[in-house]
Design a protein around this ligand. Sequence first.
Ligand code: SF4
Length: 375
Amino acid sequence: MSGIYIHIPFCKQACHYCDFHFSTQMGKKEAMVLALQKELELRKDSFAEETVQTIYFGGGTPSVLETEEINALIATVYAHYMVAANPEITLEANPDDLSKAKIEQLAATPINRLSIGIQSFFEDDLKLMNRAHNAEEAEACITMARTYFDNISIDLIYGVPGMTKERWISNIEKALAFQIPHISSYALTVEPKTALKKFIDKGLIGPVDDALAQEHHHILCERLQTAGFINYEFSNFGKEGYFSQNNTAYWLGKKYLGIGPSAHSYDGVQRGWNINNNPQYIKAINQGQLPMEVEELSKTDRYNEYIMTGLRTIWGVSLERIKEEFGAEFYDYLLEEANNKISKGLLIIEQGHLLVSKKGKFLSDGIAADLFRVN
Ligand code: SF4
């Protein structure tokens, strides 16, 4: 199983909390789409043995693309790669782009999964985050999208300063009322060099409170579980049959090709990342060069990554895989380090898999770090 990720590095405006790579200068959009197509062509040999099961348009804001541009990119994938019979093709979209006409056009493309950046249904939160959409658009776009797409995911952000418990519960209830099959939900994090960090440092916005975020996450897990969702990864909740195939493959350590500025790739041994500068990316690609840095992952790096991502999922860490892929030394080390956490009730072993318990859930990143090895 392998996937292609295509990064669309444009946004209409900068959300205050965001540290992804994007530009608000749309002038280079046309040249960018051509460069993305060219990169797909340039890298086809590296994926010649792979069957592409998922194609994922992420960003940035992929819904700023015209339908013709999306179709051209998908056609390029089909022209140069072996694509599975029914691939999952996801487009991340923002509510302000999803007019009825746009949704109708998207439904006529091969896109079969929409991931909509709602973040909140409340005006105060959306303004604080500087989202480009308003509360009315957040609700309207889901109603319209439901008519054309079955496989819809929405993103919600919790732990926002000023977001009371009641407002967070309202957000969850509004999401559930739309009967969508997948929800991704993340805590607001304060990244360096973001507007949010500056506002908090100046006291213009209250601090982000970890305890509040933890409470919100707990409420979310309980409510979505009651509504029939499976919390298959710390931040992801899906109905049976609607888990994100793209993200699951990534967490399970499958190969993926990242196309576009700032996109990351992984081939099972090496990790690569493209330059995060739009003009430089376009220039290099047009000269037939890949503006990519590559790092070979050591066995320890791969083990640490598997522990980190595995413990965030319901599949946990397969002890058999540890033994087979990393050897007896890593296996013994893991069991020895895990024992202490097992006795504290933070980890459990079930059917040969090491899993984070309910008690340890919000601590999973810290627990994983304690099980890491040093190169
Ligand atoms: S739309 Fe997404 S990528 Fe763009 S600024 Fe907002 S959070 Fe970042």
